[in-house]
Design a protein around this ligand. Structure first.
Ligand SMILES: [Zn+2]
Length: 269
Protein backbone atom coordinates (compact mmCIF):
# COMPACT_ATOMS: atom_id res chain seq x y z
CA UNK A 1 0.00 0.00 0.00
CA UNK A 2 1.12 3.55 -0.57
CA UNK A 3 1.57 6.22 2.09
CA UNK A 4 -1.76 8.04 1.80
CA UNK A 5 -3.76 4.77 1.92
CA UNK A 6 -1.85 3.67 5.00
CA UNK A 7 -2.49 6.98 6.77
CA UNK A 8 -6.14 6.98 5.78
CA UNK A 9 -6.60 3.42 7.06
CA UNK A 10 -5.10 4.43 10.40
CA UNK A 11 -7.52 7.35 10.68
CA UNK A 12 -10.50 5.20 9.64
CA UNK A 13 -9.70 2.49 12.19
CA UNK A 14 -9.24 4.98 15.03
CA UNK A 15 -12.45 6.88 14.24
CA UNK A 16 -14.58 3.75 13.87
CA UNK A 17 -13.02 2.22 16.99
CA UNK A 18 -13.80 5.39 18.94
CA UNK A 19 -17.33 5.36 17.62
CA UNK A 20 -17.76 1.73 18.73
CA UNK A 21 -16.38 2.53 22.19
CA UNK A 22 -18.78 5.44 22.56
CA UNK A 23 -21.77 3.60 21.16
CA UNK A 24 -21.39 0.29 22.99
CA UNK A 25 -19.41 1.18 26.10
CA UNK A 26 -20.27 4.84 26.65
CA UNK A 27 -16.59 5.75 26.47
CA UNK A 28 -16.64 9.43 25.58
CA UNK A 29 -13.64 11.37 24.29
CA UNK A 30 -13.30 15.11 23.96
CA UNK A 31 -13.12 16.44 20.38
CA UNK A 32 -9.43 17.27 20.95
CA UNK A 33 -8.61 13.78 22.25
CA UNK A 34 -10.38 12.31 19.24
CA UNK A 35 -8.53 14.53 16.80
CA UNK A 36 -5.19 13.75 18.42
CA UNK A 37 -5.86 10.00 18.52
CA UNK A 38 -6.88 10.04 14.86
CA UNK A 39 -3.79 12.01 13.81
CA UNK A 40 -1.45 9.83 15.87
CA UNK A 41 -3.01 6.62 14.55
CA UNK A 42 -2.70 7.93 10.97
CA UNK A 43 0.93 8.80 11.66
CA UNK A 44 1.52 5.44 13.34
CA UNK A 45 0.18 3.76 10.23
CA UNK A 46 3.14 5.25 8.35
CA UNK A 47 5.77 4.54 10.95
CA UNK A 48 6.76 1.02 9.78
CA UNK A 49 7.84 2.38 6.39
CA UNK A 50 10.35 4.58 8.12
CA UNK A 51 12.67 1.66 7.39
CA UNK A 52 13.01 2.69 3.76
CA UNK A 53 15.88 5.09 3.53
CA UNK A 54 17.38 6.83 0.55
CA UNK A 55 20.68 8.54 0.01
CA UNK A 56 21.04 10.70 3.07
CA UNK A 57 24.19 12.50 1.97
CA UNK A 58 22.56 13.54 -1.30
CA UNK A 59 19.13 14.07 0.31
CA UNK A 60 17.48 11.75 -2.22
CA UNK A 61 15.17 8.76 -2.32
CA UNK A 62 13.52 7.06 0.65
CA UNK A 63 9.85 6.43 1.35
CA UNK A 64 7.61 9.52 1.25
CA UNK A 65 7.27 9.26 4.98
CA UNK A 66 11.05 9.32 5.35
CA UNK A 67 11.04 12.75 3.78
CA UNK A 68 8.57 14.28 6.27
CA UNK A 69 11.22 16.25 8.12
CA UNK A 70 13.63 16.54 5.23
CA UNK A 71 17.09 15.09 5.59
CA UNK A 72 16.58 14.58 9.35
CA UNK A 73 13.91 11.92 8.95
CA UNK A 74 15.85 10.47 6.03
CA UNK A 75 18.68 9.90 8.47
CA UNK A 76 16.32 8.31 11.03
CA UNK A 77 15.10 6.00 8.28
CA UNK A 78 18.67 5.07 7.42
CA UNK A 79 19.34 4.11 11.05
CA UNK A 80 16.05 2.20 11.32
CA UNK A 81 16.82 0.28 8.12
CA UNK A 82 20.29 -0.71 9.32
CA UNK A 83 19.02 -1.74 12.77
CA UNK A 84 16.29 -3.82 11.10
CA UNK A 85 18.85 -5.50 8.86
CA UNK A 86 20.99 -6.22 11.92
CA UNK A 87 18.04 -7.87 13.70
CA UNK A 88 17.26 -9.81 10.52
CA UNK A 89 20.73 -11.30 10.39
CA UNK A 90 20.89 -11.86 14.14
CA UNK A 91 17.71 -13.97 14.07
CA UNK A 92 17.72 -15.45 10.56
CA UNK A 93 17.56 -19.23 10.11
CA UNK A 94 19.13 -21.35 7.39
CA UNK A 95 16.27 -20.98 4.91
CA UNK A 96 15.83 -17.22 5.27
CA UNK A 97 17.36 -15.60 2.17
CA UNK A 98 20.21 -13.11 2.24
CA UNK A 99 19.20 -9.46 2.21
CA UNK A 100 20.99 -6.24 1.47
CA UNK A 101 18.51 -3.93 3.19
CA UNK A 102 16.14 -4.16 6.11
CA UNK A 103 12.95 -2.83 4.51
CA UNK A 104 9.78 -4.66 5.56
CA UNK A 105 11.40 -6.73 8.26
CA UNK A 106 11.55 -5.71 11.95
CA UNK A 107 9.19 -2.73 11.70
CA UNK A 108 6.56 -4.94 10.10
CA UNK A 109 6.24 -7.39 13.02
CA UNK A 110 3.86 -7.68 15.98
CA UNK A 111 6.63 -7.32 18.60
CA UNK A 112 7.57 -3.99 16.99
CA UNK A 113 4.00 -2.64 17.21
CA UNK A 114 3.77 -3.70 20.85
CA UNK A 115 7.18 -2.23 21.66
CA UNK A 116 6.37 1.09 20.01
CA UNK A 117 2.97 1.33 21.72
CA UNK A 118 4.39 0.41 25.12
CA UNK A 119 7.41 2.68 24.66
CA UNK A 120 5.25 5.65 23.74
CA UNK A 121 2.94 5.10 26.71
CA UNK A 122 5.90 4.79 29.07
CA UNK A 123 7.55 7.95 27.75
CA UNK A 124 4.31 9.92 28.10
CA UNK A 125 3.67 8.62 31.60
CA UNK A 126 7.20 9.21 32.84
CA UNK A 127 8.13 12.49 31.21
CA UNK A 128 4.67 14.05 30.83
CA UNK A 129 4.19 17.11 28.68
CA UNK A 130 7.68 17.24 27.16
CA UNK A 131 7.50 13.68 25.92
CA UNK A 132 3.98 14.31 24.66
CA UNK A 133 5.12 17.37 22.70
CA UNK A 134 7.99 15.44 21.09
CA UNK A 135 5.90 12.40 20.21
CA UNK A 136 2.97 14.45 18.90
CA UNK A 137 5.30 16.60 16.84
CA UNK A 138 6.71 13.53 15.14
CA UNK A 139 3.41 11.71 14.67
CA UNK A 140 1.44 14.74 13.47
CA UNK A 141 4.20 15.41 10.91
CA UNK A 142 3.86 11.88 9.57
CA UNK A 143 0.06 12.17 9.52
CA UNK A 144 0.17 15.45 7.57
CA UNK A 145 2.60 13.95 5.10
CA UNK A 146 0.34 10.92 4.60
CA UNK A 147 -3.15 12.41 4.72
CA UNK A 148 -2.41 15.61 2.82
CA UNK A 149 0.37 14.34 0.59
CA UNK A 150 -0.22 16.81 -2.26
CA UNK A 151 -0.25 19.77 0.13
CA UNK A 152 2.79 18.48 2.03
CA UNK A 153 4.73 18.11 -1.17
CA UNK A 154 3.90 21.63 -2.31
CA UNK A 155 4.46 23.16 1.10
CA UNK A 156 7.79 21.42 1.65
CA UNK A 157 9.18 19.76 4.77
CA UNK A 158 9.92 23.00 6.61
CA UNK A 159 6.27 24.09 6.62
CA UNK A 160 5.16 20.57 7.60
CA UNK A 161 7.66 20.69 10.47
CA UNK A 162 6.43 24.08 11.69
CA UNK A 163 2.74 23.10 11.48
CA UNK A 164 3.41 19.86 13.38
CA UNK A 165 5.35 21.70 16.07
CA UNK A 166 2.53 24.23 16.50
CA UNK A 167 -0.12 21.52 16.69
CA UNK A 168 1.98 19.51 19.18
CA UNK A 169 2.46 22.45 21.54
CA UNK A 170 -1.22 23.44 21.35
CA UNK A 171 -2.33 19.87 22.05
CA UNK A 172 0.04 19.30 24.95
CA UNK A 173 -1.23 22.52 26.54
CA UNK A 174 -4.88 21.49 26.24
CA UNK A 175 -4.99 17.71 26.53
CA UNK A 176 -5.66 16.42 30.04
CA UNK A 177 -2.91 14.05 31.15
CA UNK A 178 -5.04 11.41 32.83
CA UNK A 179 -7.15 10.22 29.94
CA UNK A 180 -5.42 11.72 26.93
CA UNK A 181 -1.88 10.45 27.35
CA UNK A 182 -2.42 6.66 27.50
CA UNK A 183 -4.39 6.97 24.26
CA UNK A 184 -1.33 8.28 22.44
CA UNK A 185 0.63 5.05 22.92
CA UNK A 186 -2.37 2.95 22.00
CA UNK A 187 -2.93 5.02 18.85
CA UNK A 188 0.71 4.58 17.73
CA UNK A 189 0.53 0.80 18.27
CA UNK A 190 -2.83 0.41 16.53
CA UNK A 191 -1.53 2.52 13.62
CA UNK A 192 1.53 0.28 13.18
CA UNK A 193 -0.64 -2.81 13.25
CA UNK A 194 -3.01 -1.36 10.64
CA UNK A 195 0.00 -0.69 8.42
CA UNK A 196 1.12 -4.32 8.58
CA UNK A 197 -2.37 -5.52 7.64
CA UNK A 198 -2.39 -3.01 4.76
CA UNK A 199 0.86 -4.40 3.40
CA UNK A 200 -0.48 -7.93 3.77
CA UNK A 201 -3.50 -7.34 1.56
CA UNK A 202 -1.32 -5.87 -1.15
CA UNK A 203 1.07 -8.39 -2.60
CA UNK A 204 3.94 -7.38 -0.38
CA UNK A 205 4.64 -10.15 2.08
CA UNK A 206 5.03 -9.18 5.72
CA UNK A 207 6.87 -11.30 8.33
CA UNK A 208 3.91 -11.00 10.71
CA UNK A 209 4.69 -14.33 12.44
CA UNK A 210 8.19 -13.31 13.50
CA UNK A 211 9.72 -14.57 15.79
CA UNK A 212 7.95 -17.90 15.28
CA UNK A 213 10.17 -20.25 13.26
CA UNK A 214 8.45 -22.16 10.44
CA UNK A 215 10.33 -24.73 8.40
CA UNK A 216 13.73 -23.31 9.25
CA UNK A 217 12.54 -19.80 8.38
CA UNK A 218 12.07 -17.06 10.93
CA UNK A 219 11.07 -14.33 8.48
CA UNK A 220 8.33 -16.09 6.51
CA UNK A 221 6.58 -13.48 4.36
CA UNK A 222 2.81 -13.71 4.72
CA UNK A 223 0.44 -12.12 2.20
CA UNK A 224 -2.85 -12.74 0.47
CA UNK A 225 -2.65 -15.06 -2.55
CA UNK A 226 -1.74 -13.13 -5.72
CA UNK A 227 -5.21 -13.66 -7.21
CA UNK A 228 -7.07 -11.67 -4.58
CA UNK A 229 -4.26 -9.42 -3.37
CA UNK A 230 -4.40 -5.76 -4.33
CA UNK A 231 -1.67 -4.30 -6.47
CA UNK A 232 0.14 -1.63 -4.44
CA UNK A 233 -0.53 1.76 -6.03
CA UNK A 234 -3.03 0.18 -8.45
CA UNK A 235 -6.41 1.65 -9.40
CA UNK A 236 -8.30 -0.50 -6.90
CA UNK A 237 -6.16 0.79 -4.07
CA UNK A 238 -6.26 4.43 -5.09
CA UNK A 239 -9.93 4.65 -6.08
CA UNK A 240 -11.88 1.90 -4.30
CA UNK A 241 -9.90 1.44 -1.08
CA UNK A 242 -9.33 5.15 -0.43
CA UNK A 243 -12.97 6.02 -1.17
CA UNK A 244 -14.17 3.27 1.17
CA UNK A 245 -11.80 4.39 3.94
CA UNK A 246 -12.91 8.01 3.51
CA UNK A 247 -16.59 7.01 3.75
CA UNK A 248 -15.91 4.95 6.89
CA UNK A 249 -14.06 7.91 8.46
CA UNK A 250 -16.82 10.38 7.62
CA UNK A 251 -19.58 8.07 8.89
CA UNK A 252 -17.71 7.37 12.12
CA UNK A 253 -17.15 11.11 12.67
CA UNK A 254 -20.84 11.80 12.06
CA UNK A 255 -21.76 8.99 14.44
CA UNK A 256 -19.47 10.45 17.09
CA UNK A 257 -20.64 14.04 16.89
CA UNK A 258 -24.20 13.91 15.57
CA UNK A 259 -25.84 12.77 18.84
CA UNK A 260 -24.38 15.60 20.92
CA UNK A 261 -25.08 18.19 18.21
CA UNK A 262 -28.69 17.03 17.94
CA UNK A 263 -29.08 17.09 21.69
CA UNK A 264 -27.84 20.65 21.90
CA UNK A 265 -30.18 21.65 19.12
CA UNK A 266 -33.17 20.18 20.94
CA UNK A 267 -32.27 21.83 24.23
CA UNK A 268 -31.84 25.20 22.60
CA UNK A 269 -35.31 24.99 21.11
ZN1 LIG B 1 5.18 -1.21 4.78
Amino acid sequence: MMGPSHALSGAAVWLSGSWALQHFYDYEQSPLALAVGTAVCAGGALLPDLDLSGKVTRNQGGATVARTFGVFSLFVAEVMEKVSLGVYYATKLSRDPKRSNGHRTLTHTIPFTVLVGWGTTTLCARYGKWAVIGILFFMIGLALRGLFDKWAERAGWLIVTLVSAGAAVFTAANLPGDRGYPMIGLAVGVGCFVHIIGDMITRAGVPILWPIPIKRRMWTPISLPDKIALRAGGKTEIVVVRTALTIVSVLATLGLFAPSVLQKFNLDL
